[in-house]
Write a protein that binds this ligand. Structure first.
Ligand code: SIN
Length: 285
């Protein structure tokens, strides 16, 4: 019996009806992986996963990244990054409070950026019965396919330069400043603007205004205009799926064929707490 699936009424996204705390043999894993590649964003509702189970399922997709901002790693489980606006008794944030506030693809600043991320909802903010803190995903394969042929020809062979340290933060971001060692660990890196998906062979746009500072061999003003144009194209509503969270959701997205944005429409006492694992991918080509 195939695993039941409900596709979202959007350019990407599907709910997979499966309890991830049960054993996952290779056949079932293969089915989940295919659904993941087909739908780009998949989610599993009503999960009751321990940290080890979250990490164990994530590891099936590859080696896990230990996030560069060490302060917000889950004690005892550094594979899990806390994303949260919650503060401890001393008033310190317990997690990254401004993760994903600009469109991006996770760890695009790495030589081997993330294959996929798996975000597990522990606390979801709401106000007056309305759920807050959604995440929006854009299908960058669909965005590439919709480009005019002349633009596809223009982009062939171009590489955008990604920089970790340039990502815009909230005004009063509590995130610690990067140390000299962390900056040295994340030098600027050029990746193809049109990348080939390593598993499906499909072409996707791989460029965001929030992370890219230029295009190799192109004058800066021209490059920034092109980056802004492509970024705006990718996030057109027809390419997007907006996920409204429920506690117990595990959402995973394909960083080689999607970009995403966390909507910051909540503030304490509305609490948001997410656990993220990040799977390392291959070098884009
Ligand atoms: C992220 O960019 O990984 C965070 C997304 C979110 O918190 O919704």
């Amino acid at each position: 019996m195939p695993i039941p699936v409900r596709k979202c009424d959007a350019a990407c996204g599907a709910e997979i009806m499966f309890d991830l705390s049960t054993p996952i043999d290779d056949r079932v894993f293969g089915e989940i992986e295919l659904l993941f590649h087909d739908n780009i964003i998949v989610f599993f509702r009503d999960q009751r996963l321990g940290d080890e189970q979250h990490i164990g399922f994530s590891r099936r997709f590859g080696e896990l990244e230990i996030h560069i901002v060490r302060k917000y790693l889950l004690p005892g489980h550094p594979e899990i990054l806390l994303i949260s606006n919650v503060r401890d008794d001393q008033g310190e944030h317990i997690g990254l409070a401004d993760a994903g506030f600009t469109w991006h693809s996770d760890t695009s600043y790495r030589r081997r950026p993330s294959r996929c991320s798996l975000l597990y909802a522990k606390e979801v903010p709401e106000h007056g019965g309305k759920v807050l803190g959604d995440t929006v995903f854009a299908n960058t394969i669909a965005a590439y396919q919709a480009l005019p042929e002349a633009m596809k020809r223009r982009l062939a062979g171009l590489k955008a330069i990604h920089r970790y340290a340039m990502r815009r933060r909230v005004e009063d971001s509590p995130r610690p400043k990067l140390t000299a060692a962390q900056l040295a660990e994340t030098p600027d890196i050029a990746h193809p603007i049109v990348r080939i998906h390593p598993f499906t062979g499909k072409k996707a746009l791989y460029v965001t205004a929030g992370e890219c500072i230029g295009i190799e061999g192109m004058p800066e003003h021209e490059a920034l205009d092109l980056i802004a144009e492509l970024d705006a194209h990718c996030v057109r509503p027809e390419f997007c799926y907006r996920h409204q969270w429920r506690v117990g959701d595990l959402v995973m997205w394909d960083n080689a064929s999607a970009m995403h944005l966390a909507i910051c429409d909540y503030a304490l006492p509305q609490r948001r707490l997410m656990h993220r694992t990040t799977v390392i991918g291959s070098e884009p080509f």
